[in-house]
Design a protein around this ligand. Structure first.
Ligand code: SAM
Length: 238
């Protein structure tokens, strides 16, 4: 497994307006919104790296839990010509903003990327499409362990064989919850960690520590197993 720390980068001007909107949604529903501020560009870069690595062929990419769109913009900046880009976001106000973002992003139009925003919970998202890259911003540590298991298995299932799922987790949340939360809440959090550790053991190919995010976060890369060679062999011509 790979451990790297990307070069620090800070959020800049235009994202401040987004910050207000994000905070308002967090006040409305902190459990679903999952944070009080949008992610920064360094984290966005770490999570969208597989798009860069798999290009320049056209890709099929899914983003889930896009919020005000920091990862959406990073993906729009990186998607190869002719790609398909689906965005799933449960919050209707975020979804409206994301529709404007994807409809007006000059590079998406110039590169004939077919972008669509789906205003729905991932759990209700119906599709037969399979993706080369799935980027998740879902606040999994806020959910029940069974829901996390359901979501993670669905995210893996949505990948093409050999496709990459990326997601992030803030550093130190377990210790913070142990100090501040009720016993039941600390137990729930530990159970979620265990579910996630199971997926990490099976599928993780890399974990990056992004210090230049508020708060600092791990960027996880998981990969679905590659398709077996058509002749049932190893794919080695010898
Ligand atoms: C922690 S925010 C991340 C937003 C953005 N990706 C970022 O990093 O700034 C989580 C986002 O996931 C959305 N969300 C939460 N649960 C969801 C679900 N089950 N299906 C789809 N979106 C969900 C929330 O509305 C919110 O926009």
């Amino acid at each position: 497994m790979n451990h790297r720390t990307p070069v620090p980068d800070r959020a800049s001007g235009p994202r401040r307006g987004e910050g207000r909107m994000f905070l308002a949604e967090a006040v409305r529903d902190l459990r679903t919104t999952g944070a009080v501020a949008p992610s920064g560009r360094a984290l966005a870069r770490a999570l969208t790296e597989p798009v860069h690595a798999q290009g320049p062929r056209p890709l099929s990419v899914l983003e889930v839990g896009a919020g005000t769109g920091p990862f959406t913009r990073a993906l729009a900046d990186r998607l190869p010509r002719g790609s398909r880009f689906d965005v799933v976001e449960a919050n209707p106000r975020f979804a409206t903003r994301l529709r404007t973002l994807t409809a007006t992003h000059p590079r998406l139009t110039a590169h004939s990327v077919r972008a669509e925003v789906h205003e729905t919970y991932l759990e209700d998202f119906k599709t037969d499409e399979r993706y080369d890259v799935v980027v998740s911003g879902l606040p999994l540590t806020n959910f029940a362990p069974a829901q996390v298991d359901l979501i993670m298995s669905r995210l893996i299932e949505l990948l093409h064989p050999g496709g990459t799922l990326t997601y992030f987790a803030y550093l130190g949340t377990r210790r913070a919850r142990a100090l501040t939360a009720s016993r039941a809440e600390a137990r729930r959090h530990a159970a979620v960690d265990e579910v996630m550790a199971g997926y990490q053991r099976r599928y993780a190919v890399g974990r990056w520590t992004v210090w230049a995010n508020l708060p600092p976060a791990y960027a996880w890369h998981l990969q679905s197993p590659p398709a077996p060679a058509p002749d049932g062999g190893t794919g080695n011509p010898l």
